[in-house]
Write a protein that binds this ligand. Structure first.
Ligand code: NAP
Length: 321
């Protein structure tokens, strides 16, 4: 058990939002500590969801594209260059009830005047054995990010909610045919989205179907689809599978402390990164279920650092009056 020196700013999470907040906070001489997470195969590892992607072609400034992990390493290096420090562990407990705010990593206690929460979100996955290994190699959770790679191909989308239909509709810009694979015989999606799917000649629906196997070693080659009514199995050759069965924000740490919407995303005050707790700011996917892009996360990380800096200045000015 150890208590560490007090800080002005702690940043929890190290995807594009947390690292951009770290660059800005470090350049503002706030010497942030970034509790960046620990290596794992999920999106709450250091670097977040981009560590699970391959080529990123839509992050401005990289006309030739950049590998997701390389982009995150460059952001991390940039933050470190200005004095951000990193702790490669997961935050395990928080106490935002008094001043300073306190964050624990196991038994070690860290305190700060301001905390920036950028713990991200994770895509729900099917839970198939080689699913994570095939992300970026035929399996994707983001049509906006990866649709372009499937030009002229036949692909499939799993899910029956608004996200699945939105992804499928978007993917018809690139693919010759998109099959929506849904485990029931009715969509959960809103009527208007359903009509969009039914009216799109490039979209076909495979009802009562569950993807039960992903075949391919280095690259997705085919999927096994099981009929949820009859149990019949079929192998379907396919080069791209988009999993669109929902997302979960990484907000378990903040239950009962930070305001969340009904799906667990943190709520920030409109036009800012402020949460309901003074001195605690949120940015990136943990508070955004709409855009979920690296660039929007980075933008909101910049907002959080500026909001924290201004808030700290205001506290300082008030205290010295
Ligand atoms: P969702 O509404 O929870 O839908 C998830 C879908 O995935 C459901 O159809 C579900 O099947 C299926 N599913 C879940 N687990 C599965 C599994 N293990 N295997 C196969 N299928 C599985 O999630 P969402 O579509 O991401 O939407 C989340 C929220 O965002 C919703 O409120 C939605 O309206 C909103 N949203 C809105 C828009 C828009 O309006 N443009 C776009 C995207 C999202 P069952 O139906 O059988 O449960």
């Amino acid at each position: 058990m150890a208590t560490h020196p007090h800080r002005k700013v702690i940043i929890i999470g190290s995807g594009p939002a947390g690292l951009t907040a770290a660059v800005y906070a470090a350049r503002a001489s706030l010497a942030p500590l970034v509790i960046e997470g620990e290596p794992s195969s999920t999106s709450d590892q250091p670097g977040g969801q981009l560590m699970l992607t391959t080529e990123v072609e839509n992050f401005p400034g990289f006309p030739e594209g950049v590998q997701g992990p390389e982009l995150m390493q460059r952001m991390r290096d940039q933050a470190a260059r200005f004095g951000a420090e990193f702790l490669t562990e997961k935050a395990t407990k928080i106490d935002f009830s008094g001043r300073p705010h306190r964050v624990w990593v196991r038994d070690d206690e860290y305190s700060a005047d301001a905390v920036i929460v950028s713990t991200g979100a994770r895509s729900l996955m099917l839970g198939l054995p080689n699913e994570t290994a095939l992300i970026g190699h035929g399996v994707s959770t983001c049509a906006t990010c990866d649709g372009f790679f499937f030009r002229g191909q036949e692909i499939a989308v799993v899910g029956g909610g608004d996200s699945a239909i939105e992804e499928a509709s978007f993917l018809t810009k690139f693919a010759t045919k998109v099959t929506l694979i849904h485990r029931r015989d009715k969509f959960r999606a809103s009527k208007i989205m359903q009509e969009r799917a039914f009216n799109n000649p490039k979209i076909s629906v495979r009802w009562n179907s569950q993807v039960t196997k992903l075949n391919g070693d280095k690259k997705l080659e085919s999927i096994e689809v099981t009929d949820t009514v009859t149990g019949a199995k079929e192998t379907v050759a396919i080069s791209g599978l988009f999993v669109a069965i929902g997302h979960r924000p990484n907000t378990d740490l903040f239950g009962g402390v930070l305001d969340m919407d009904e799906t667990g995303y943190l709520v920030t005050q409109p036009g800012s990164s402020r949460t309901n707790v003074p001195g605690v700011f949120a940015c990136g996917d943990v508070q955004d279920h709409t855009y979920r892009q690296a660039i929007t996360a980075a933008g909101s990380g910049c907002m959080a650092a500026i909001d924290a800096e201004r808030w700290l200045e205001h506290q300082h000015a008030t205290a010295s009056k």
